[in-house]
Design a protein around this ligand. Structure first.
Ligand SMILES: Nc1ncnc2c1ncn2[C@@H]1O[C@H](COP(=O)(O)OP(=O)(O)OP(=O)(O)O)[C@@H](O)[C@H]1O
Ligand SMILES: [Mg+2]
Length: 531
């Protein structure tokens, strides 16, 4: 741990850091900030929730002069929600320095963005599709950009974004500083980084030095048709403060959030077919705790930082091991503990083992919570709430009636009745979701043993989860994403943006992959990285 004051930052930047309540730099911050300040290109890898945003944000803001009125820095993120969130954090860090920053993303009124651009922000945080749109309209010029940052770099460099990023970077002057950050760095990032970076420094935080997020990882083997009951029991048993439940497709997310609501849970869904307004509303409700369960596609897998998320549930296993890492990383952030559960159908056990191998972490098998455990969990919460209410006092106006009732009824009976009422009638209507096909291990994994690290540091566990053993061949595997993104949607000007097959795919703004070497196959995933 290092003090921010030792890093040679400007007083106004230090002041903003103090204001944010950061006392010490996290390891990725301590290591990246000096390199970033030296002007070198870099690749920064550190586990989820360890402060990568500030690791690039702090040196960036330190470097920018407040006197310029040009766009001098560009931060790109794969999703709209992440652009908004990163812009918020950058906004907080620039507070005392008087530098302007602006998020630019699809789904938001472009006229409003154009008006905001007239205020001459120096930092733009954007998703590639909408950025390109502005570039084509000449409402954003990149001629003066000195620093480019790709947050979630591996995702950004994934095939669907490649062309957009290439087009954007072509317009940024050659003599720029470029930095990539992510918790996962599949080996092929090296190849891709060669295109964009000049002699980059690699910073890969080894787990023992990190205030490792304590994510307790477990899985439950459960047949597809019993997943919903399993989820309800799990939520009842664990009573999360906030939970994110990941489903594979948009249809799944819709059905699941509706089913949870029917059962009386405070849940809502997030995926790329919703309007940006709906997406914003759901995120706001989740952040302020007015919903407890966010059901989402992978659109919420990367980067999102919502405090109070105690549980992540993979209702459907993710296709890619790195997606698993990012999904579960929505909990256990900034030194807090978290719990991740994955539902695995019997035919998906191999896929789970693959995730274990690639992430180099064993996932503990746990039994399906029993009905009794679920009921007990629910009752425990009710009892806690009851006791809290008693402790808060202000019961006088109820006491008269309480005394009357106690004269007529037994106290145990009365209390039981009150608790039953508080627990809420369990509306046990039979709910059946449309089944999803099991995830299968991709052919390419059968030979090699891929690993998510970029392979520079032999001791570096990719993300620093505790312990972890098992195969992990740094050079193996040719780890590639395999996505068919189902067309380009979202940001296009006609305001369309829904994929034709919206119950399955999340159209996103990505270009369909045409040359993945394996031919195209329809994807049922949500690849909604709508820019
Ligand atoms: N030095 C620090 N001290 C305390 N908290 C910090 C510090 N740096 C960042 N944080 C907080 O830690 C949380 C996680 O930070 P951030 O979102 O940047 O993580 P990340 O590494 O980018 O994770 P992910 O890989 O999921 O994107 C945020 O709430 C942030 O405000
Ligand atoms: Mg991040």
């Amino acid at each position: 741990m290092k003090n921010f004051a030792e890093l040679g930052l400007e007083p106004k930047v230090l002041q903003a850091i103090t204001e944010l309540g950061f006392e010490e730099a996290t390891p990725i911050q301590a290591q990246s900030i000096p390199i970033a300040m030296s002007g070198r290109d870099m690749i920064g890898q550190a586990q989820t929730g360890t402060g990568k945003t500030a690791a690039f944000g702090i040196p960036l803001i330190n470097k920018i002069s407040k006197d310029t009125d040009k766009i001098v820095a560009l931060i790109m993120t794969p999703t709209r929600e992440l652009a908004i969130q990163v812009a918020e954090e950058i906004g907080k860090l620039t507070r005392f320095k008087g530098i302007g920053s602006l998020p630019i993303y699809g789904g938001q009124d472009i006229g409003r963005q154009i008006r905001a651009l007239k205020k001459k922000p120096q930092i733009i945080i954007g998703t590639p599709g909408r950025l390109l749109d502005h570039i084509n309209r000449k409402t954003i010029r990149l001629d003066d950009v000195e620093t480019v940052i790709l947050d979630e770099a591996d995702e950004m460099l994934d095939m669907g974004f490649m062309e957009d990023i290439q087009s954007i970077l072509k317009l940024v002057p050659e003599e720029r500083q470029t930095m990539l950050f992510s918790a996962t760095m599949p080996p092929n990032i090296q190849k891709l980084a060669q295109q964009f970076l000049k002699n980059p420094e690699h910073v890969s935080v080894v787990p023992k030095q990190v205030s490792a997020p304590l994510i307790d990882q477990a899985y439950i083997e459960v047949p597809e048709r019993q997943k919903f009951e399993a989820l309800c029991r799990l939520i009842d048993m664990e009573s999360p403060e906030l939970a994110i439940v990941f489903g594979r497709t948009k249809r799944r997310v819709d059905e699941l959030s509706e089913a949870l609501q029917k059962r009386g849970y405070s849940a809502d869904g997030l995926h790329g077919d919703l309007s940006q307004n709906q997406r914003d509303t759901v995120m706001r409700k989740f952040r302020d705790g007015s919903i407890d369960v966010l059901v989402a596609t992978d659109v919420a897998a990367r980067g999102l930082d919502v405090s109070g998320v105690t549980h992540v549930v993979n209702f459907d296993l993710p296709q890619d091991p790195e997606s698993y890492v990012h999904r579960i990383g929505r909990t256990g952030r900034a030194g807090k503990e978290g719990t991740a559960w994955s539902f695995v159908t019997p035919r998906e056990i191999d896929h789970l083992h693959l995730i274990e191998r690639v992430t180099r972490h064993r996932i503990t098998r746990k039994p399906l919570p029993t009905l009794a455990e679920a009921i007990e969990g629910k009752q425990r919460i009710i009892a806690e709430r009851l006791l809290e209410t008693i402790e808060s006092g202000e019961l006088n106006e109820y006491k008269g009636l309480a005394i009357q009732l106690l004269e007529q009824y037994d106290s145990v009976q009365l209390l039981s009745g009150a608790m039953k009422m508080l627990t809420g009638e369990k509306r046990d209507s039979e709910i059946q979701l449309t089944p999803e096909d099991p995830i299968r291990v991709k052919r390419r994994y059968n030979n090699g043993k891929p690993d998510l690290r970029n392979g520079r540091k032999p001791s570096g566990n990719y993300g620093g989860f505790r312990g972890g053993s098992g195969g992990g061949n740094r050079n193996g595997g040719g780890y590639n994403r395999d996505r068919d993104n189902g067309g380009r949607g979202g940001y296009n000007r006609s305001g369309g943006g829904r994929s034709s097959d919206s119950s399955y795919r999340d159209g996103g703004d990505r270009k369909p992959r045409t040359s993945n070497g394996e031919g195209r196959r329809p994807s049922k995933r949500d690849d909604s990285f709508n820019s």
